[in-house]
Write a protein that binds this ligand. Structure first.
Ligand code: 13P
Ligand code: SF4
Length: 419
């Protein structure tokens, strides 16, 4: 199964048992991927068709071509790879990381002329915002969007703010926006005194918004666009009650909430979610505990509250990687995050048993859009002097989004529970 918006195909049951050496590769059918949001809304964070004259995926020379182009570009190019990328792409990354680490690395490499971002559109936008004007950010496939980011459009967010103004609470509301959002919504966040967060620092961002004590603070938070990360952090890390949170549905008048609900809530959660992490259910946890005796369940905080409550460990992709690396040989782990990362962890740790949390496999379809043909095409184009698929953010949006991103980067390091 590939998930992210409407794109899906079935691959059958997948499970890696690195310890026993059984490793069944998923067999995707040749069905075409549906492009996320294609033609639906040009203003929001979503991909469009990729116009490139791509090499054939069957070209046996693809790895050598990518290596040649990479070598020819030398220090002019810096390749960032998110942990959910395919191995065929990750092998060419100068650095791999979660969205927090990659945003820091993009900002820390002012000498590279080209940043090739192997990730999704909102990450490339953030890199463009954080890098110098003369640096050019390239997304090898423009169709690599994010269905969660697509769940919040700037017009809807502005309407939400008007609803908060009408309820008399906008002046005490701090927007905290997950990295997985369009540059326009990051800019909205900057203009309204808020900060960006990632899954590595969501707790610290909320503490900042509530002036370090939500119980004495008069503030409330509008958390965009992932309701699960917002709820998990507020309830599990800050100690709020579930009733302190309400969900604002952008498709309903006043978000489907009464004025009183907006006035009493401490966390106003945007109705958005990740289509990959949203697939895990509490019964996945029960079933894996039956299937794999003694297993430790580790999940990403984009999973639902019910799943996170049943898990043993919760953390960002960086935390999942570090926890499994530090675990004792012979231990068993069920991992609730994107499948490319789980497969890689299983291969990297043959002394541990690593299984996917769900019985049905699920890649992030848009992360998977970045493949070797797209990487080869974008690198060879750069060698020939043509910049393809450049991601640019206009200067006003960039200014205010940078204000919100800088607030995040200025927070003390990732909090222990999420790093
Ligand atoms: P992190 O990279 O912050 O762990 O987020 C996971 C994700 O879903 C990225 O799209
Ligand atoms: Fe978006 Fe990440 Fe979920 Fe893919 S895994 S849909 S990029 S949040």
């Amino acid at each position: 199964m590939f998930a992210s918006g409407g794109s899906a195909w079935s691959t059958g049951l997948w499970q890696t048992r690195a310890m026993t050496g059984t490793f069944v590769e998923p067999q995707p059918t040749p069905l075409a991927l549906l492009l996320l949001g294609h033609g639906a809304d040009s203003g929001s964070e979503r991909g469009v068709e990729c116009p490139g004259d791509l090499p054939a995926p069957s070209d046996p020379d693809l790895v050598a071509r990518a290596a040649r182009a990479r070598a020819a570009l030398g220090s002019r190019v810096y390749i960032l790879g998110h942990h959910y990328q395919r191995d065929e792409v990750i092998q060419f990354a100068d650095v791999t990381g979660d969205s927090f680490k990659l945003s820091q690395m993009a900002a820390a490499n002012p000498e590279a002329e080209f940043i090739v971002f192997c990730g999704v559109h909102f990450m490339a936008e953030s890199a463009d915002i954080l890098t110098a004007d003369e640096q050019r950010v390239i997304l090898p496939d423009l169709a690599a969007g994010c269905s969660m980011a697509d769940m919040a459009e700037i017009g809807q967010v502005e309407q939400c703010w008007r609803d908060l103004e009408a309820a008399g609470v906008a002046d005490v509301t701090v927007p905290i926006t997950y990295m997985n959002s369009s540059a326009a919504i990051k800019a909205f966040t900057g203009r309204h005194g808020g900060s960006i967060c990632t899954s590595s620092n969501a707790e610290r961002s909320l503490e900042w918004a509530f002036d370090d004590d939500w119980q004495t603070s008069e503030k409330k938070v509008l958390f965009l666009p992932d309701q699960h990360l917002g709820r998990n952090t507020a309830v599990r890390d800050l100690g709020m009650a579930l009733d302190d949170c309400v969900v604002y549905d952008p498709r309903k008048p006043n978000g489907g909430l009464t004025v009183e609900q907006l006035q009493t809530a401490r966390m106003i959660l945007w109705r958005g979610h990740c289509s990959v992490h949203g697939r895990f259910t509490p019964s996945c946890v029960d079933e894996v505990r039956e299937r794999v005796p003694g297993v430790t369940v580790i999940v990403h905080p984009e999973c639902t509250y019910e799943v996170v409550e049943k898990a043993d460990v919760v953390g960002s992709t960086e935390k999942i990687i570090a926890t499994i690396a530090a675990a004792e040989p012979g231990t068993s782990w069920a991992v609730g995050t994107e499948l490319n990362l789980v497969k890689r962890l299983a291969l990297q740790h043959p002394d541990k048993e690593i299984v996917y949390l769900d019985k049905t496999v699920c890649f992030c379809s848009t992360m998977n859009r970045i493949d070797l043909p797209h990487l080869v095409w974008s690198l060879e184009s750069l060698v020939e002097g043509t910049v393809v698929n450049q991601i640019t953010v206009d200067s006003d949006t960039q200014h205010w989004a940078r204000v919100a991103l800088d607030r995040m980067l200025a927070l003390p390091g990732p909090t222990a529970s999420r790093d």
